[in-house]
Design a protein around this ligand. Structure first.
Ligand SMILES: Cc1cc2nc3c(=O)[nH]c(=O)nc-3n(C[C@H](O)[C@H](O)[C@H](O)COP(=O)(O)OP(=O)(O)OC[C@H]3O[C@@H](n4cnc5c(N)ncnc54)[C@H](O)[C@@H]3O)c2cc1C
Ligand SMILES: CC(C)=CCC/C(C)=C/CC/C(C)=C/CSC[C@H](N)C(=O)O
Length: 477
């Protein structure tokens, strides 16, 4: 006899993690369960746009890889459209000059890369492809309903000990061992880590590989803004959005209509100045558990729920509509400066991590041609840019708007990923960010938590933490 589904499920956080778990929980538990999603700010979380003179630009999660199958599925099922997200020529600046300048001719790029770095770019591509090939196994496991109780077990099921080891060593250590040169690491790899994660090559090797896949071509984004996937998933899952801030979660014994005492979770939350509480059978926390970010207290758990204080990286996105001071980077006349993105090396002493021309979320054809030499540029920096710094970067500018973030974990391998199961029916999604933080990883965590909650509710132990899945599923249609 299958167990009756739970009456009520709470999800804390309406980012892509929380909303994808709502979508998959509905699929697993059916139409009768009431799903409440708590969100204290905007639906979308770190998927957010900023307005520049009437047009919206992606300020948080912006690019999606063509093999990010959950994001692809969401866009298709929600009837949304995609737009190309990359394009334009990239240069790498070391504080004195451009050490690499992309050409619009493929052959020229190959010659330049081979001339400076030998065949390291090709070897790097092969290293990333091999990891990505294995990564794709997770979709097969999930489509067969398998779940994992820890991030390490999920990683092990994907690629065995070698894959788990990626979490425990730095990208630099890993690539040095594989024979990549200091010059290649400093000029080609470090700038990619800086633009994507605001950190150095000392991040773990797995997130390093994810970051390198984000340097691929054919990246895409959702037309209208990536955050509309989150509102679409909320709607598709018929969840009830509660605009409030969850303050605490406590396990309590309640007597249900059947007369049986049942353990439930009391979720206490604030809407405006009012405090409310409700009881749930299952709770999923889909926000980073960090005092500065979600500030949720777990009350009276025995044993107590562990404290999570791992720091998140401070990062500022700034959009500037202006005319670039290209002489800062190159001695070429400004009409011959054709770069659309500038990445910087770690030793460059620059106050920005990157600078790139961007299109608004509705511009399907990419950024429009410059008007009076002006484009909308997006910069990432650790600190808020001063007026002097902006004036150094731009000959003139019309408009600047910024958004500061606690963006991603500060990666410091070796590092254990936080637990997924915090208590009997209390789950935590964002531990996966300590392997790698991106939209697809949160969606994977959302699906995994939904499957885990379903199997643990129904006692399907054989669907959890199976380690020989790759071999077993090879023979299944
Ligand atoms: C600047 C930047 C650029 C990025 N670029 C990319 C990219 O190009 N591609 C990519 O794939 N990824 C990118 N990422 C990463 C990606 O955006 C995140 O990994 C992903 O959006 C995280 O989703 P999430 O749902 O797990 O968390 P979040 O989006 O952070 O969602 C958590 C939600 O919980 C809410 N919340 C927190 N505490 C409470 C509480 N107590 N009560 C109620 N609600 C609460 C928050 O308000 C938030 O909305 C980027 C991130 C940043 C910051
Ligand atoms: C999970 C896999 C296999 C691939 C995901 C690749 C991906 C899209 C990672 C995102 C990396 C990231 C956090 C990028 C942030 S900056 C993005 C962009 N360069 C920008 O300027 O906005």
């Amino acid at each position: 006899e299958p167990r009756a589904p739970p009456n009520r499920i709470a999800i804390v956080g309406a980012g892509i993690g929380g909303t994808s778990s709502a979508y998959y929980l509905r699929k697993k538990f059916g139409k009768d369960v009431k799903i409440d999603v708590f969100e204290r700010e905007e639906v979308g979380g770190r998927l957010a746009t900023l307005k520049v003179q009437g047009h919206d630009y992606e300020a948080g999660g912006s690019v999606i890889h063509p093999l990010n199958l959950h994001m692809k599925r969401f866009v298709k099922e929600l009837g949304l459209s995609s737009v190309p997200a990359s394009g334009g020529l990239v240069g790498v600046y070391n504080g004195k000059s451009l050490v690499f300048e992309e050409s619009s001719w493929f052959v020229i790029n190959v010659i330049k890369l081979v001339w400076r770095y030998g065949f390291q770019s090709l070897r790097m591509h092969m290293w990333v492809e091999d990891l990505l090939d294995k990564f794709m196994r997770i979709y097969r496991y999930q489509s067969h309903d398998y779940a994992f109780s820890s991030v390490e077990k999920l990683m092990h099921a994907i690629g065995g000990d070698d894959y788990v080891r990626l979490l425990n060593q730095t990208l630099r250590e890993n690539l040095k061992k594989a024979g990549f040169s200091e010059t290649f690491l400093n000029e080609m790899i470090a700038p990619v880590m800086k633009v994507n994660y605001g950190q150095s090559t000392d991040i773990n090797a797995f997130v390093g590989a994810v970051s390198l896949t984000a340097a691929d071509s054919n990246l895409w984004a959702v037309e209208g803004g990536n955050k509309i996937v989150c509102s679409g998933l909320l709607q598709a899952s018929s969840s009830n959005l509660i605009s409030g801030s969850v303050m605490s979660i406590e396990e309590k014994t309640r007597t249900k209509q059947t007369g049986n005492p049942t353990k439930m979770y009391e979720v206490v939350y604030k809407t405006g100045s009012e405090t409310h509480s409700d009881f749930y059978d299952i709770v999923l926390v889909a926000a980073p558990l960090n005092r500065k970010m979600s500030n949720i207290t777990f009350r009276n758990f025995d044993p107590p729920i562990e404290e999570f204080n791992d720091p998140y990286q401070q990062l500022v996105t700034t959009f500037i509509k202006g005319e670039l001071n290209s002489t800062l980077f190159s001695s070429r006349p400004k009409d011959q400066f054709g770069l659309s993105a500038i990445l910087v090396t770690d030793d460059s002493d620059m106050f920005i991590n990157s600078l790139s021309i961007v299109a608004s979320v509705r511009q399907k054809e990419g950024p429009p041609p410059a008007v009076d030499g002006m484009h909308v540029w997006k910069t990432f920096s650790r600190d808020i840019l001063t007026k002097e710094q902006i004036s150094k970067l731009f000959l003139s500018y019309d408009y600047a708007v910024r958004k500061p973030w606690l963006s991603y974990p500060h990666y410091e391998p070796p590092q254990k990923c936080p637990s997924i199961i915090l208590h009997d029916q209390l789950y935590y999604l964002n531990g996966i960010e300590f392997a790698a933080s991106c939209m697809e990883m949160s969606a994977i965590a959302g699906y995994n938590a939904a499957l885990l909650a379903y199997h643990r509710w129904n006692g399907n132990e054989d669907m959890i933490d199976q380690d020989d899945l790759y071999e077993r599923l090879k023979t299944e249609l």
